[in-house]
Design a protein around this ligand. Structure first.
Ligand SMILES: Cc1cc2nc3c(=O)[nH]c(=O)nc-3n(C[C@H](O)[C@H](O)[C@H](O)COP(=O)(O)OP(=O)(O)OC[C@H]3O[C@@H](n4cnc5c(N)ncnc54)[C@H](O)[C@@H]3O)c2cc1C
Length: 377
């Protein structure tokens, strides 16, 4: 598939930045579980925090393919960086632009695109993950404000976020027709975040629980329309899924490159293990699976820019890429033998990081259900 020249330039810029600034730190950030405080402003300087946001608001006015390619390049260096970047640039900034009115765009987008402010999205709750419509957070209209009560679980960037899109029930008896999206600032009264959660992978990406206790949100911060939060949610789902597919792709490519290098260098029985056909078969399968995932992912990314409803296609891209990512990383550990099991080699990180993509942003099971539902309509 031909990547347009404009996109190749974006890839080149992000690749250089990743190799110089992220790769040298990636293992340390993972081991020490930290997010470098200046990383968002530096990504902002690079121009990659608003890939789909028009230039007038500080973005680069590109498309979902650019979002995917940026995510993939960052994920080759550190999946945690790509995850936090995706939560900021896609889940928050892209969705905000797609659903906000002019006042909201002008107020929030420039500082999100520059990295001065960090963005996030809060949908999941302790008791509502796959069943997103089952959220219990409420928003009660009082004069010119809404008062929010509830909590949001596993939220990427929560410990460092300044701006969060939060979903709450404005009509609890109305099911999916009673949910509204809000733009919530971390400084609003009644908003707090639990400590950083400790995770298996994506360890540098800060995850937290958001607590809303009589949190006061101006009524003008309703995103989209009251009780139409599911429309806001749905509007961003296709690009979110294909972006997560790009994340899986980046991790798998890093694991594959490391395996190819290692297979050439490591000698057993007097020759590099790359000479053994069982190792060659693994490399060939890894390559084939990555290429298949890449084609599916890029194809859906390009189509997402033109077509408004690619539910099964986007779910298929992330289902395939995420499961492919875990398989490829398992084989990468196997090719590295005992060294693959040691923390000093990055392949263990790739495997831990890859697994999340079968869970976060919708599990493999839910993706299969959704594809089947669309097929059987
Ligand atoms: C590191 C990390 C970052 C995250 N970041 C964010 C974020 O930024 N914002 C946000 O809102 N959320 C975020 N999430 C939440 C994520 O989207 C949810 O974890 C995910 O949707 C699954 O929900 P759950 O964890 O409650 O699992 P559950 O829904 O409880 O699922 C448990 C198991 O049951 C299965 N299951 C559930 N329902 C069915 C069914 N009908 N049929 C068959 N099987 C089913 C699931 O597939 C899974 O295997 C994040 C999660 C993680 C781990």
């Amino acid at each position: 598939m031909e990547i347009p020249e404009e996109h190749r330039m974006i890839v080149e810029t992000v690749r250089k930045f990743t190799e110089k600034e992220i790769v040298p730190l990636a293992d340390k950030m993972d081991r020490e579980n930290y997010w470098p405080g200046d990383l968002f402003p530096r990504l902002g300087e690079l121009g990659v925090l608003g890939p789909t946001v028009p230039e007038q608001y500080g973005g680069i006015g590109s498309d979902p393919l650019a979002q995917v390619l940026i995510t993939e390049e960052l994920a080759k260096g550190s999946a945690g960086v790509a995850l936090s970047h995706g939560a900021h640039s896609n889940l928050c900034t892209h969705n905000l632009h797609a659903n906000a009115n002019e006042r909201q765009r002008e107020r929030y987008l420039p500082s999100l695109c520059s990295g001065e402010k960090v963005g996030a999205l809060g949908l999941t709750e302790p008791g509502a993950g796959s069943d997103a419509v089952g959220i219990r957070t409420t928003a009660v209209h009082k004069g010119d404000v809404y008062v929010l009560n509830g909590s949001k679980m596993f939220i990427t960037n929560a410990p460092i976020a300044d701006v969060m899109i939060i979903y709450a029930k404005t009509d609890p008896g109305a099911g999916s027709r009673g949910i509204t999206a809000f733009i919530v600032e971390s400084g609003f009264p009644g908003y707090s975040v639990s400590g950083k959660m400790d995770k298996l992978g994506h360890r540098c990406s800060p995850t937290g629980e958001v607590i809303l206790e009589d949190c006061v949100v101006p009524a003008e911060n309703v995103l989209g329309k009251v009780n139409k939060g599911v429309a806001v949610m749905m509007a961003g789902l296709d690009i979110e899924r294909v972006m997560v597919a790009g994340l899986a792709l980046g991790i798998a490519e890093a694991a594959f490159d490391a395996s190819l290098r290692y297979a050439r260098e490591r000698e057993q029985f007097g020759k590099p293990i790359a000479h053994f056909q069982l190792i060659q078969a693994k490399l060939a399968d890894m390559y084939t699976n990555i290429e298949a995932a890449r084609l599916l992912t890029y194809d859906v990314a390009v189509r997402t820019a033109r077509e408004s409803r690619l539910r099964k296609e986007s779910a298929a891209s992330v289902l395939f890429a995420a499961e492919m990512g875990t398989r490829v990383c398992l084989e990468a550990v196997q090719i590295h033998g005992g060294y693959g099991y040691m923390l000093e080699f990055p392949v263990n990180r790739y495997l831990r990081d890859a697994k999340l993509l079968e869970i976060g942003a919708g599990t493999s099971e839910i993706r299969r259900l959704l594809i089947a539902r669309e097929l059987l309509k």
